[in-house]
Design a protein around this ligand. Structure first.
Ligand SMILES: [Zn+2]
Length: 899
């Protein structure tokens, strides 16, 4: 599955007596195991015990070596002791066995009541060396029962002052949905009813006679359950209802009672289904008859056996035509699907599928499906890559889904083995991403208008690669998902990264590059990768990205591609259609690459340490030629180059006693310790004569001996990758294997001998190791300038009652000022008018007086009086203009302080 999907689920209450009985039965069985298998069983017990694992997760500290753990201590004491089933090389042993379960199932999909009813007939082959008196079945649908252990142990969801509607709807539904199985009949194949007991998501069926090694038994179970609304309750299968056209898409998974795996390493896999740990299943052949509404298209694990009964002649012809295309080819076109959506019928059809050597069976059914197919050739075989999706998934799905399937088969097969199944299917429905043999469910869809983001596009391609990729791990390499999530998710995410990088240049992969795991590795809230699925914190980074990145680092930096790819392929080959454990993976990778990787598994898989290596200092050593004159000259220069101390400088001018009383001076006042004597020179000559030519040559060398002091800050030992820059502009890269830390996992010094002058050193310059702190990776320390952006500081940011009040006040103030201004202007105008009127009056009076004067004088004095009156008028106009300009400025200033 993809990490984003979580399983909310219900759980049945069972009386304490039943639970106690189960515990007692289990320990009794374990006791028997121990007698038979001896010492191995004790170790296997430790191996599967999470608590034991964590207590032991660090090697013992040693007070006499600085309390340092031994990062290279071998893992033998943690791994199960090799035995005839699983060998020390990581391969299966001569006594390897696994059980087999063949199923014949009849199931009816009720599209009216969203309900499944069916009968499963299992042929269970006991290929173990043990006699079995009972068998266990997984009843995973019981997780949806309101009283399931999963439901009852769900911790409180965060409820703040704001909660999305969907969250509350989901919470309420998980309390009320009547999920879980109704088991109406359990019988042997001859019809004899068999006693059984249900323990949460498990069911024990007691056998009429003990099942001897090498024998098989037939068991029949009638079952029914209500299908969960997978859009409301996050589930690995369920239905989606489309309000617009009143149709459903069903994605049916974990839908029938499945045999619990019985193994050499854990007996019956008793871990209840709590939602995170997926499945541990037996391989077998399936014949499944699915009865669904006659207008539905059914997609399923396996090959359709009755195409002539359920497909139209046209559809069958198009399936045949698909063989001639290297592009997806519609079997049901969008137009035909749109028409089909309107249909609806009371009639039913039964689809028959057969699948060989699979661990599970899933199917999808709807009348909404568009269907495309493309044939991918693997040697002689033809594999049908097919996609089923509603129109809501277009135009994204017809473009990307099926090509992504084919791309996955190509890339994954190259790194593992040829895809062995005849079909590979991707279905769009309510489930975000979940895998089953030959079929997977993938969620991404475009917006309603058909547009989509880059995230949706690459999200779809990546999820199809991921879920189709799960065919290899864990459908075929059948690891125990209920115990170890990383064995399928981590390994699959690693291959997903390789496939994505072959899709297009700079494909935006979310996991794989070491730099992208740094944030998680540095942070808190972590448990080791080697933690049971249900106890994992930060599920995605822990079980997907971190192991994927670890494998990528192993491939690129520690083993190299050639060694890694060989060993990885060998692991896939050895465990194809078998059950590997973590130890089988760790051991095979070492066995086939020839490299001891215990330190790597210890650091990356069993601890929460992170990588942070640092350059502490760089020291330079050079050869002393031994020549006394050279040595004296060098010391003199050193002395001269040293600045006098402050006191020495200030004391220099003080009068000295020996100058006042010269008789106080003696031999030592003249003695120069750096003065070379002839005795010294002769001694050096004698020394040179005693040496051979090689030794004399060495004394003349000007080679530089640089000692690089390195520190392991993060705890995880890793190779040291150094790029050395020299004064002559050249550079070289040293890759020092992690074994340099084998005696001291905290501090090491590395000698670099060179005739060149070292000016700069970089640690891990290409970010290969997931080093979490780049600041201490440089000598001399590097100054990294950072830009800061300037912005206008504005009080507060958002609005507040106080701010609103202030704004209101400012507005009122502005209105008041405006009114006052208008009033003042009015008054001014009135004043001016009055002045004008006064002036006119005065003028009139003056004119009258002048007239009278003129009349009196009646001669040459008349024009002078007229000129004087004109000058006075223009002066008044000037002063009025200035006043107006000043009041305009006040207004602008007010506006600025408001903003
Ligand atoms: Zn997955």
């Amino acid at each position: 599955m993809v990490a984003a999907i979580r399983f909310f689920g219900p759980f049945p209450v069972f009386c304490r007596a039943v639970l106690l009985a189960i515990v007692a039965t289990r320990s009794a069985l374990a006791g028997k195991w121990c007698v038979l298998a001896g010492k191995w069983c004790v170790l296997a017990g430790l191996w599967s015990s999470l608590a034991g694992m964590q207590v032991m997760a660090q090697p013992p500290e040693n007070a006499k070596n600085g309390g340092l753990p031994d990062a290279f201590r071998q893992l033998e004491e943690w791994l199960p002791t090799p035995n005839e089933y699983r060998t020390a090389s990581g391969d299966s042993g001569p006594g390897y066995w696994q059980q087999r379960a063949d199923y014949e199932i009849d199931v009816t999909l009720d599209d009216q009541r969203q309900r499944i009813e069916g009968t499963t007939k299992v042929r269970y082959h006991n290929d173990s060396p043990m006699t079995l008196r009972y068998v266990w079945f997984q009843l995973d649908q019981n997780i949806f029962h309101p009283d399931s252990v999963s439901n009852r142990t769900a911790t409180a969801a965060p409820l703040g002052s704001r909660v999305p509607f969907e969250q509350i709807q989901t919470l309420l539904l998980s309390q009320n949905f009547q999920g879980g199985y109704t088991i109406s009949r359990v019988a042997s194949s001859d019809g004899t009813p068999l006693p059984y007991i249900i323990v949460d998501t498990m069911m024990r069926i007691d056998l009429p006679q003990p099942l001897q090694p090498g024998n098989a038994i037939g068991i029949e179970i009638d079952f029914a359950f209500n299908i969960v609304d997978a859009k409301q309750l996050r589930a690995r299968g369920g239905y989606e209802y489309f309000e617009k056209d009143k149709n459903y898409i069903y994605e049916m998974a974990q839908w029938f009672p499945r045999l619990v795996a019985y193994t050499d390493y854990t007996g019956w896999q008793h871990k209840q289904f709590l939602g995170a740990g997926e499945f541990t299943l037996e391989l077998g052949d399936y014949t499944v008859r699915i009865t669904a509404p006659a207008d539905h298209l059914v997609a399923a694990t396996g090959v359709l056996q009755n195409a002539h009964e359920v497909l139209t002649p046209l559809q069958r012809e198009r399936l045949e035509q698909a063989k001639g295309h290297d592009r997806p080819h519609f079997i049901v076109t969008p137009e035909e699907a749109a028409e089909n959506e309107l249909a609806g019928t009371e009639e039913k059809k039964t689809w028959v599928f057969r699948a060989e050597n699979v661990r599970d069976f899933a199917f999808a059914s709807s009348r909404k499906f568009i269907w495309d197919a493309m044939v991918h050739r693997m040697g002689e075989r033809e594999v049908y890559a097919m996609s089923y999706y509603p129109r809501e998934a277009e135009p994204l799905w017809s473009r990307y889904s099926t090509p992504s399937i084919v791309h996955t088969l190509k890339v994954y097969s190259r790194y593992t083995f040829d895809y062995p199944y005849p079909v590979a299917i991707s279905v769009n429905g309510p489930v975000g991403g979940m895998e089953y043999p030959m079929i997977c469910f993938n969620g991404p869809r475009p917006e309603e208008d058909g547009t989509y983001s880059a995230g949706t596009k690459y999200g779809l391609i990546s999820v199809v690669i991921h879920e189709v990729g799960h065919n290899y791990f864990p459908m075929i390499v059948n690891s125990d998902e209920r115990q170890w999530t990383w064995m399928d998710e981590g390994i699959n995410t690693f291959l997903q990264y390789l496939a994505e990088q072959e899709w297009e240049e700079n494909y935006p992969s979310r996991a794989g590059e070491p730099a992208s795991i740094v944030g998680y590795m540095r942070g808190n809230g972590q448990v080791p990768i080697m933690t049971n699925s249900e106890s994992i914190l930060q599920f995605g980074p822990n079980a997907y990205s971190k192991p994927a990145t670890a494998l990528n680092i192993l491939r690129e930096t520690i083993l190299g591609r050639e060694l890694f790819d060989f060993a990885f392929k060998e692991y896939a080959r050895r465990w194809k259609f078998k059950r590997p454990t973590p130890a089988d993976f760790f051991r095979t990778m070492e066995d086939a690459s020839g490299v001891d990787l215990d330190w790597f598994w210890r650091g990356w898989f069993y601890s929460t340490d992170h990588v942070d290596l640092a350059i502490d200092s760089v020291r330079l050593y050079q050869i002393d030629s031994g020549d006394p004159d050279e040595r004296a000259e060098r010391k003199r220069l050193e002395k001269q180059s040293r600045e006098p101390s402050l006191s020495a400088e200030r004391n220099a001018s003080l009068p000295k006693l020996v100058d006042q009383y010269p008789e106080l001076k003696d031999f030592y006042n003249q003695y120069d310790p750096l003065q070379v004597s002839d005795d010294d020179r002769q001694a050096f000559e004698r020394f040179l004569k005693s040496l051979g030519d090689d030794q004399r040559g060495l004394l003349k060398r000007t080679t530089n001996f640089y000692v690089l002091d390195l520190r392991n800050v993060g705890g995880l030992v890793m190779p040291i990758i150094l790029r050395l820059h020299y004064a002559d502009g050249t550079q070289e890269t040293l890759t020092i294997p992690a074994e340099i830390w084998r005696r001291n996992s905290s501090e090491v010094s590395k000698l670099v001998i060179t005739d060149r002058e070292l000016v700069r050193v970089e640690l891990d310059p290409r970010r290969q190791t997931a080093d979490t702190d780049d600041d201490n990776n440089h000598w001399p320390p590097r100054l990294l300038p950072t830009r800061f952006e300037l912005f206008q500081a504005r009080g507060g940011g958002g609005t507040s009652p106080m701010r609103q009040a202030k704004e209101r006040e400012a507005k009122e103030q502005a209105a008041k000022e405006q009114a006052a201004k208008e009033q003042a202007a009015k008054e001014q105008a009135a004043k001016e008018q009055a002045v004008k009127e006064q002036a006119v009056k005065e003028q009139a009076v003056k004119e009258q007086a002048a007239k009278e004067e003129a009349a009196k004088e009646q001669s040459a004095k008349e024009p002078a009086a007229k000129e004087e009156a004109t000058t006075e008028e223009s002066g008044k106009q000037e002063s009025g203009k200035e006043q107006k300009g000043a009041s305009g400025q006040v207004g602008d200033g007010g506006a600025t302080s408001d903003g």
